[in-house]
Design a protein around this ligand. Structure first.
Ligand code: NAD
Ligand code: DAU
Length: 350
């Protein structure tokens, strides 16, 4: 039985990946290591928590001793590393958490994998899940390719870029069997409502202002989270050691067009009159250093491994809106407690 460590498996993308691996690979033992920060939530995994090939371990990747002991105990065959601080706005107010988890935490995992695989790297794989934000910001044209030079602009993207460099350095220096993917913006169920799509669905539903940064003209390339999880699966199993794969949806939207579409869908679902929720749109102070445009070219992944996104955006966004409108207990649970404080601090000053 292969033992696979998934870090950050209680978060948004991690929980979708854990679900996919636990269901699809009954012969793998999946160990989900997560610190359960504000973004980690075991309610994201209720449907698989009792599966015989699944185990949850609470722990911090920044704790090197704990990580060494965990690797010694389980002797993992593979690692899929998603644990991270992931929200750009939080990285602007508190960069140190990002430096610790995203850089030091990744280094601890690399050291531990390097140690237990020192004598035999056959069939082993360290998969690092990264972001398109490491490439910086695009102008009106062009796409991020796997060899686009790194140019991270926020503390979050700089910390992810640092971790990517470490992963490649361990491959070059120690021949650690690594693989990296850089993905565009994900959307779907179980995303913490600090990110644009779940936050705005939540606010539209509750008739709260919709805080659009700057002019709302920034562009993001949106991909359904389950398509990202499928891409990780095909890359983990079929990708080449030492390689990088870009993952994206070829689905670019200005924030303001996307926000208007969300207003329209929620209004339809809640039986409100057309255009009613657009009145909630409020232009606020821009994000510091706000990247203008992200757009991924995922031709390599499509050509080499046959992956393509499965879902059209119109369908995916509608499903996503329905999920957040239906799963009120999940939303109430994650927006109680510290969330209110975060929200006030983040948005009052704008
Ligand atoms: P998330 O914030 O929803 O989840 C992160 C998870 O990591 C949480 O469960 C949290 O508890 C855990 N975690 C944080 N610090 C930890 C620590 N020190 N030790 C152990 N666990 C810790 O993030 P997400 O959106 O699911 O992103 C997952 C990964 O994918 C990240 O590496 C992120 O950079 C990358 N990524 C995200 C997107 C996106 O659109 N969300 C796109 C591309 C890449
Ligand atoms: O591109 C991949 C990245 O996508 C991931 O690496 C990050 O983990 C993930 O958080 C996401 O980063 P963004 O900064 O693009 O996502 P966010 O949802 O925070 O913002 C999307 C856009 O919406 C961005 O241009 C900022 C804008 N925005 C966001 C919020 C939260 C607003 O206008 N108002 C808001 O309140």
């Amino acid at each position: 039985m292969k033992k696979i460590l998934i870090t950050g498996g209680a978060g948004f993308i991690g929980s979708h990946l854990v679900r996919l691996f636990v269901n699809k690979y009954p012969d793998y033992q999946i160990v989900n290591l997560d610190k359960l920060t504000y973004a980690g939530n075991l309610n994201n995994l209720r449907d698989v928590e009792n599966a015989s090939n699944y185990e949850f371990v609470k722990g911090d990747i920044v704790d090197a001793k704990f990580i060494y002991e965990l690797f010694d105990k389980y002797q993992f065959d593979g690692v899929v590393h998603l644990a991270a601080e992931s929200h750009v706005d939080r990285s602007i107010t508190n960069p140190n958490e990002f430096i610790m988890t995203n850089i030091v935490g990744t280094a601890n995992l690399l050291n531990a994998a390097n140690r237990i695989w020192a004598d035999n790297q056959d069939g082993k794989r360290f998969y690092h899940v990264s972001t398109d934000e490491v490439y910086g910001s695009l102008g009106e044209t062009g796409f991020f390719l796997e060899d686009t030079p790194y140019d991270p602009k926020s503390p979050y993207s700089a910390s992810k870029a640092s971790s990517d460099h470490l992963v490649r350095a361990y491959h070059n220096t120690y021949k650690l069997p690594v693989i990296i993917s850089n993905c565009s913006n994900n959307y779907g169920s179980y995303q913490f409502p600090e990110k644009l799509i779940p936050l705005f669905i939540h606010n539209i539903k509750n008739n709260k202002p919709l805080p659009v940064y700057g002019k709302g003209e920034n562009i993001r390339d949106w991909l359904w989270v389950e398509d990202h999880a499928r891409a990780i699966d095909v890359i983990f199993h079929g990708g080449k050691d030492g390689d990088t794969y870009n993952i994206g949806g070829h689905n670019e939207w200005t924030n303001i067009d996307l926000i208007k579409l969300m207003c329209k869908i929620v209004d339809q679902k809640l039986g409100r009159s057309e255009g009613e929720s657009e009145k909630l749109i409020t232009y606020v102070k821009d994000r510091a250093g706000h990247d203008m445009r992200y757009a991924i070219d995922s031709t390599k992944l499509q050509n080499e491994l046959g992956w393509t996104p499965s879902l059209q955006f119109a369908e995916g966004l509608e499903k996503t809106v329905e999920w957040y409108l239906e799963n009120t207990d999940w939303l109430e649970n994650v927006t109680s407690g510290d969330y209110q404080k975060y929200y006030e601090e983040q948005y009052q000053k704008r």
